[in-house]
Design a protein around this ligand. Structure first.
Ligand SMILES: Cc1cc2nc3c(=O)[nH]c(=O)nc-3n(C[C@H](O)[C@H](O)[C@H](O)COP(=O)(O)OP(=O)(O)OC[C@H]3O[C@@H](n4cnc5c(N)ncnc54)[C@H](O)[C@@H]3O)c2cc1C
Length: 375
């Protein structure tokens, strides 16, 4: 049986950021991922936006980790050649009624420590984005975009370079507390060639994304439930994609489920339109009953009147790990905590947006917990 100081469950951006942080400090770090490759789940099915941190309640983990993660993500990408673009973004009020909320959003951002926010008028919107219609906007200079897939792989590369052992096609099926450690049961391999293995770890980190509630329950019933909320995208390609220069967002939805159907100029020059938000039953249901392209065009027309159904093609979708049940409103915070009963397990539950941006800051918090456990 292998012995580990730390075993991380889940090879998404969060698990890989944690592997990078803890392998700089300890030997015998393992990361196990059930898919054949890292980052195949939510971490490569998102908008790829390096968020600023304007939307989240003051002092929440989302606000703090997003603002810090924004800075750390740019730093990491610059140092490790991960493709990114520091674009800035506009959050646009569609009409004068939304302007009061726009000012409140700017204040919230400033309270969270987001720098450089500026209110601009319709004429300035037109100078930056000539095809966008709106009466006023917040200019958010710290927002950008990143290749999420390459970010995951760069984090994993650094972790592996520091000695972390990364095992894919390795699914955690049991967690059993034993004296001073957790015995982690793994099913390794493909369907026709599966082996059962065990690793004993002094500290276990649950970074299993959408499945973090189920992984937590391997220790015995826990009170957390993740509700999968699908977000779908369309893509604007060809000449019409030239209508948008950077990132343009509407005012966020009041239900707290999404930041609103936005326009994201991608690193490869197309424009993503989305994501939508809809609760689904199955954590793997990426495609069933997709929103028709007409729905995207109708919604996007409020900001971009020249968009037509024929300009859009259906693109990928992703699934958010939400802690808010259907019919409840509001932004639930990330849960990052030592398990209430088995204190050498660190639980990360409900890491929905802005989890991509926040990953390096989340990793710093986990490093602090690991120090308490291992020292
Ligand atoms: C539509 C959409 C748009 C978004 N846009 C943005 C954005 O623009 N900016 C931003 O900051 N955030 C965004 N997010 C949020 C961001 O994508 C997530 O917060 C982030 O990717 C979560 O990373 P993760 O590592 O926690 O989860 P995941 O990427 O889901 O990784 C968890 C991993 O755990 C593995 N796993 C699960 N169970 C087990 C097991 N039993 N054994 C072994 N492995 C297991 C899974 O296979 C998976 O690879 C968006 C999310 C969605 C859905």
């Amino acid at each position: 049986m292998d012995q580990a100081n730390i075993l991380i469950i889940g090879g998404g951006v969060v698990g890989c950021a944690i592997a990078r942080a803890v392998s700089a400090r300890w030997e015998d770090v393992f990361l196990v991922e059930r898919n054949p490759k890292l980052g195949m789940a939510t971490s490569s099915r998102n908008s790829g936006v390096i968020h600023s941190g304007i939307y989240y309640p003051k002092n929440s983990l989302k606000a703090r980790h997003c603002v810090e993660g924004n800075r750390l993500t740019y730093e990491f990408c610059g140092k490790h050649s991960v493709p990114f673009r520091h674009t800035g973004k506009l959050v646009v009020a569609a009409n004068t009624h939304e302007e009061e909320e726009l000012a409140a959003l700017k204040k919230k951002g400033e309270d969270n420590g987001v720098e450089g926010l500026r209110l601009i008028d319709a004429a300035e919107i037109r100078k930056r984005e000539p095809h966008i219609q709106g009466t006023a906007a917040i200019e958010v200079p710290s927002t950008g975009i990143v290749s999420a897939e390459e970010l995951v792989h760069a984090l994993a590369r650094v972790a592996a370079g520091q000695g972390a052992e990364i095992v894919t096609r390795a699914r955690v099926v049991s967690l059993e507390p034993v004296a001073g450690a957790i015995r982690v049961g793994l099913r390794i391999g493909d369907e026709d060639d599966v082996q059962d293995e065990t690793i004993e770890a002094r500290c276990v980190v649950n970074a299993a994304g959408l499945y973090a509630d189920e992984v937590a329950n391997l220790l015995g019933p826990r009170s957390w439930t993740i509700y999968p909320v699908r977000g779908e995208y369309c893509e604007l390609r060809g000449a019409k994609s030239e209508m948008i220069h950077n990132l343009v967002y509407p005012m966020p939805n009041h239900d707290g489920l999404t930041l609103g159907l936005h326009l994201t100029k991608t690193l490869w020059g197309t424009v993503l339109v989305g994501p939508t938000a809809r609760y689904v039953e199955d954590k793997n249901d990426y495609e069933r009953d997709r929103e028709p392209v007409e729905g995207f065009a109708k919604n996007a027309k409020i900001m971009l009147p020249e968009i037509e159904v024929t300009d859009l093609v259906a693109a990928y979708s992703g699934i958010r790990a939400k802690l808010t049940p259907p019919n409840e409103h509001g932004i639930a915070d990330f849960i990052i905590t030592r398990d209430p009963e088995i204190s050498n397990v660190i639980q990360l539950i409900g890491i929905d947006s802005p989890g991509l941006t926040s990953a390096p800051a989340i990793a710093e918090q986990v490093l602090g917990f690991a120090e308490e456990i291992l020292n």
